[in-house]
Design a protein around this ligand. Structure first.
Ligand code: PXG
Length: 291
């Protein structure tokens, strides 16, 4: 059955869902988005995703034409109309239709799109065996350029990094900032485990503050682990006891090799496995009901 997509106030068949070629989201990547998941009939951390969406919009002075309650309803209705209890939901707010110039004031109304679809997951073996990653030469945007805390439609920085990975045979890659500190991956946050402590780069260094990252930090603290937000380098990843990535799409996935160096034993570690289990259980039991 064809999907139903929300575009500016109406649900239309996916094949008829369109935005203008004059939309500044298309012309300039001027807009923001969210990637959200639903599990077993409930949308996971919907409020947090909406908070981040409106925060991103605020940072680029983008007026979202719907309030949070209405946006929440768009997300839920997108799942209902498509009969999805497990879903990947993409909310996109672009600057809207304007002229060919950069000036956002020429765009009177933001475009709102919501797509709900089945999710394409990493193969289950990857969670068992763990993934191999590499560091790429493309550095993550600095906070003074395009702050990664803004989940903007301008993802070329990440795509350039992803291309380097693809060309070298890697599904995900590690990105550093201009100073050489580890920040995040192209669509995932990064954690290392050292001496029983969980460490992840702090938000101020220039990362997307992942919703999954926040949840994993909560779960780790509940489990009695010490969690630190600290800067670290590639060397710390190479010599960590364990490493894993978090993101809405990937959930939490073990990393067993970086830049050709096995991490820890070269197999997914026990703390990683425990946190993956806790995260999966939480995703199945909490969230905003779709119906
Ligand atoms: N960092 C970046 C740069 C991201 O884009 C995350 C971290 C994880 O955040 P959440 O809130 O999801 O835990 C993201 C997630 C994909 C894909 O296909 C991933 C993201 C966006 C678009 C596509 O893997 N963002």
């Amino acid at each position: 059955m064809e999907r139903s997509v929300y575009v500016d106030g109406a649900f239309v068949p996916a094949s008829e869902a369109r935005v203008s070629v004059f939309d500044h989201g298309f012309l300039y990547g001027d807009g923001v988005f969210e990637g959200i998941r639903a599990y077993a009939g409930r949308v996971f951390r919907l409020q947090e995703h909406l908070d981040r969406l409106y925060t991103s919009a605020k940072a680029i002075l983008l007026d979202v034409p719907l309030d949070r309650a209405a946006m929440r309803e768009v997300v839920l209705e997108s799942c209902r109309r498509n009969g999805l209890g497990d879903a990947y939901i993409r909310l996109v707010i672009s600057r809207g239709r304007g002229d060919l110039g950069l000036d956002p004031r020429k765009c009177p109304r933001a475009t709102v799109v919501c797509i709900a679809d089945a999710i394409a997951l990493y193969p289950p073996e990857l969670y068992e065996r763990g993934m191999k990653i590499m560091t790429v030469a493309t550095r993550r945007n600095g906070v003074e350029n395009l702050n990664p805390r803004i989940k903007s439609l301008n993802y070329l920085n990440n795509i350039l990094a992803k291309l380097e990975g693809i060309q070298a045979g890697y599904a995900e890659v590690l990105m550093l900032n201009d100073q050489g500190y580890v920040v995040e991956c192209t669509g995932d946050n990064v954690f290392i485990v050292r001496n029983g402590r969980l460490v992840t780069p702090p938000a101020w260094i220039g990362i997307l503050e992942g919703i999954t990252r926040g949840v994993v930090m909560e779960l780790a603290r509940e489990a009695g682990l010490e969690v630190r937000e600290e800067v670290f380098t590639r060397m710390d990843v190479w010599t960590a006891d364990e490493c894993f990535l978090t993101g809405t799409a990937a959930e939490a996935i073990p990393v067993v090799e970086c830049d050709g160096r096995p991490i820890g034993t070269g197999r997914p570690g026990p703390i990683t496995a425990d946190l993956i289990g806790r995260l999966r259980a939480l995703c199945q039991r909490e969230g905003t009901p779709i119906n």
